[in-house]
Design a protein around this ligand. Structure first.
Ligand code: FES
Length: 151
């Protein structure tokens, strides 16, 4: 159940974390579990995680906000990360990011410029949800986004 701000209840967050050991070495798996389950990590969710793992909220925020793949603000139903690092930039990655950003409403698809996705040999690379798109073009990226949206 969510509150008016879209935050998940303390009970829902604790239930999602049930299979993650309450140990600070599991902070990243815990954050990723919450992202997969809820799409982003709100301040209230960080407070619950802080209580469960006994890690200060500031430290959790610091770790979460460091990683582009861990959103700390509300996102659209689908997240698309388009690499704009140097090799992808040389293959029009930045233009692909700009055009894709302009094409989709942010409430529906959140398009983010990303650092290297480790697929440099197939630049430009992108990630839609957890699916990697290599040699991305506007058409292949659009098709992957539509598939993720179940359109
Ligand atoms: S520079 Fe884009 S995937 Fe490595």
């Amino acid at each position: 159940m969510t509150d008016d701000l879209g935050h998940m209840s303390d009970r829902d967050v604790r239930a999602a974390l049930a299979d993650v050991p309450a140990d600070r070495t599991y902070l990243l798996p815990a954050l990723w579990t919450l992202v997969e389950r809820f799409g982003w990590i709100s301040p209230a969710m960080m407070a619950t995680l802080s209580s469960v793992m006994r890690i200060p909220v500031a430290e959790i925020y610091g770790v979460a906000s460091f990683y582009a793949l861990i959103p700390v603000s509300p996102r659209g139903a689908v997240q698309a990360h388009i690499c704009t690092d140097i090799l992808c930039q040389l293959q029009n990655g930045e233009r692909l990011w700009q055009e894709t950003s302009a094409e989709w409403a942010p409430q529906k698809v959140t398009v983010t410029a990303a650092h290297c996705l480790g697929r440099c040999e197939h630049a430009p690379a992108a990630m839609v949800g957890s699916a990697i798109v290599v040699n991305a073009t506007p058409d292949t990226l659009r098709a992957q986004i539509r598939e993720a949206l179940d359109e």
